[in-house]
Design a binder for this molecule. Structure first.
Ligand code: PEP
Ligand code: MN
Length: 276
């Protein structure tokens, strides 16, 4: 792909991103937590549950990019403080979405990773702003974007001086209506050919269906993903955002019990014949 000076596979060794004790790109990371931070009780309960099941990081949106302006927009600073506190209390690094370039500097003071959501993948001023911080950035794939467009967005961040970019496949829009989006799992091995950046999968937003989250998580491990980001809510029926797709703590625990052995198995699999 032309124009990729820093994101291209050939330009660097595989990128390993240290976050707390984790090394993203080397360790398989599971990031879990609610879609949005709603209250102290919800955040603390969910954080303790995902920690107990072996999650590596805690997610939660304080700023929500909602399709309707009348939907819950997130608690902002108050939400970020709750997420930070829950992370500290449970020994989990945190990740949250930033949607406005003006918020990047102060959100970066609290959050271990900055998330750029699908709707902002090509918000170039936001990309430049996060590129100027020293926080790792999780860049979600735009729901209408090609791999080349996505990698060019990673290039925006890298070219501002921030080498720590994680790519997250979260499904793309197709004509299929049964699933919320279509999970492009082939993006994982394709990206491994194209870039040295770690690639993780979001089985929650890509399927939007509880019953599909576990099979697609297992398939992501088999496809060679570097991790997962999954939505979990202590009481999904009461969730203010994405209630239908949130795993309960019990379902998340079941998922983790199946993910870890597969991941250990994959680690011992002889490397593939093609240079991947
Ligand atoms: C999210 O992770 O909460 C989110 C809004 O995801 P996406 O940008 O992939 O829709
Ligand atoms: Mn969500």
């Amino acid at each position: 792909m032309k124009n990729l000076k820093l994101a291209a596979h050939s330009s660097s060794e595989k990128t390993i991103i240290p976050v707390g004790d984790l090394e993203i790109g080397r360790d398989f990371v599971v990031i879990a937590g609610p879609c949005s931070i709603e209250s102290r009780e919800q955040t603390m309960t969910t954080a303790a549950a995902v920690k107990a099941s072996g999650a590596d990081m805690l997610r939660g949106g304080a700023f929500k990019p909602r399709t309707s302006p009348y939907s819950f927009q997130g608690l902002g600073l108050e939400g970020l403080k709750l997420l930070y506190e829950a992370g500290r209390e449970n020994g989990l690094p945190i990740i949250t979405e930033v949607i406005d370039p003006r918020d990047v500097t102060w959100v970066a003071e609290f959050s271990d990773i900055l998330q750029i959501g699908t709707r902002n993948m090509q918000n170039f001023s936001l990309l430049k702003e996060v590129g100027m911080t020293s926080r790792p950035v999780l860049l979600k794939r735009g729901m209408y974007s090609t791999l080349e467009e996505w990698l060019n967005c990673a290039e925006y961040i890298l070219s501002e001086g921030n080498p720590n970019v994680i790519l997250c496949e979260r499904g793309i829009r197709t004509f299929e209506q049964y699933t919320r989006n279509t999970l492009d799992l082939s993006a994982v091995p394709a990206l491994k050919e194209l870039t040295h950046l770690p690639v993780i999968i979001d089985p929650t937003h890509s399927t939007g269906r509880l019953s599909l989250i576990e099979p697609m998580s297992l398939a992501s491990v088999a496809a060679g993903a570097d991790g997962l980001i999954v939505e979990v809510h202590h009481d999904p029926e009461k969730a203010l955002c994405d209630a239908d797709q949130a795993l309960t703590p019990v379902l998340f625990d079941n998922l983790m019990r199946r993910i870890r052995p597969l991941q250990a198995f994959m680690q011992n699999l002889p490397s593939c014949a093609m240079a991947c």
